[in-house]
Design a protein around this ligand. Structure first.
Ligand SMILES: C[S@@+](CC[C@H](N)C(=O)[O-])C[C@H]1O[C@@H](n2cnc3c(N)ncnc32)[C@H](O)[C@@H]1O
Length: 222
C-alpha cells in the first residue's frame, strides 16, 4: 500500500483535546519501559528532548521516571502546547523540570543541549519529509546521547488498517478512530525507515518491531 500523508500539525482544537483525553497508559508506559530495557543499569541525568511532544503525556512519564532529568518538549501546534502547559499547572511538583516550547520542524528554535536523551513518539509518520526527524537527531545528539523513537508502521493494505482501528480503538471517539486510520496510512514501512537511517548515516540506530503496529528505533550516538 502506498503511503498517504496526513496533515503534519495537529492544530484542530477538538482533535488535540480528544488526543489529550485518550487513555495512552499502556502504550506510553511501554515506551518508558522500552527506554529502561534498552538502556539498562543507568541513572539518567541531564536534559531530555521530546520532539513532537503533543500534550506531553510521554514527557511527564519520563519526568516521573527520571527525577534527575529536565525535559524539553517541542511541538508545532499551539493547541498541543496549550494542553501540555495546562497539565503542567496541574502537576506543580514537575513544574521546574519541564518546559514546553512551540516550534515547527524543521526550523524550530531548539537549544543546543547537550541532551542525555532524545525521544519522540508518533512524530515520524506526520512528517511529509521524514528526514527532518533524522536531521534533528544528527544535529542535537552528541556522543553518548540515547535516542529512542517510537512510531506506527504501515500495514500491508487498507483492510489490515481498518481491522487495526477496530481492534484497538473501537471504544474511542470517532475523531480518534479517524486519526488512527489516517496515521496508519501515513506511517512508513520498516524497510523505508531502514533506508532512511542509511541515507542519514545513522547506522548506530537499530530498528525493532515491538507490536503488530509499532516500531522502535533506538541506539546511542557514538
Ligand atoms: C500523534 S502526536 C504525538 C504526540 C506525543 N509525542 C505523544 O506521543 O503523545 C504528533 C505530534 O507531532 C506534532 N507535529 C507534527 N509535525 C510537526 C512538525 N513539522 N513540527 C512540529 N510538530 C509537529 C503534531 O502537532 C502532534 O502534536
Amino acid at each position: 500500500m502506498q503511503r498517504i500523508t496526513e496533515p503534519e500539525l495537529m492544530t484542530d482544537k477538538a482533535q488535540a483535546e480528544a488526543y489529550a483525553a485518550a487513555n495512552f497508559e499502556q502504550a506510553h508506559n511501554l515506551i518508558v519501559n522500552a527506554f529502561d530495557s534498552n538502556f539498562p543499569d543507568m541513572e539518567l541525568k541531564g536534559n531530555i528532548l521530546d520532539l513532537g511532544c503533543g500534550p506531553g503525556d510521554i514527557t511527564f512519564r519520563f519526568a516521573n521516571r527520571y527525577p534527575l532529568c529536565r525535559l524539553l518538549g517541542i511541538d508545532g501546534s499551539d493547541e498541543m502546547i496549550r494542553l501540555a502547559n495546562a497539565r503542567k499547572r496541574r502537576e506543580p511538583d514537575l513544574i521546574d523540570r519541564i518546559t514546553f516550547n512551540k516550534g515547527v520542524f524543521p526550523g524550530a528554535l531548539i537549544p543546543e543541549g547537550p541532551y542525555s536523551a532524545i525521544i519522540s513518539n508518533s512524530l515520524l509518520h506526520h512528517l511529509h519529509h521524514p528526514e527532518v526527524l533524522w536531521n534533528m537527531v544528527k544535529r542535537y545528539a552528541t556522543s553518548g546521547t540515547k535516542i529512542l523513537i517510537v512510531d506506527l508502521f504501515r500495514p500491508q493494505n487498507n483492510k489490515d488498517a481498518l481491522k487495526m482501528v477496530d481492534t484497538y480503538s473501537a471504544s474511542e471517539p470517532d475523531i480518534l478512530q479517524r486519526d488512527f486510520y489516517n496515521s496508519l496510512l501515513a506511517a512508513l514501512t520498516l524497510r523505508e525507515i531502514e533506508q532512511q537511517l542509511l541515507d542519514a548515516e545513522l547506522t548506530e540506530l537499530k530498528i525493532k518491531k515491538i507490536s503488530d503496529r509499532h516500531v522502535l528505533i533506538f541506539g546511542e550516538k557514538s
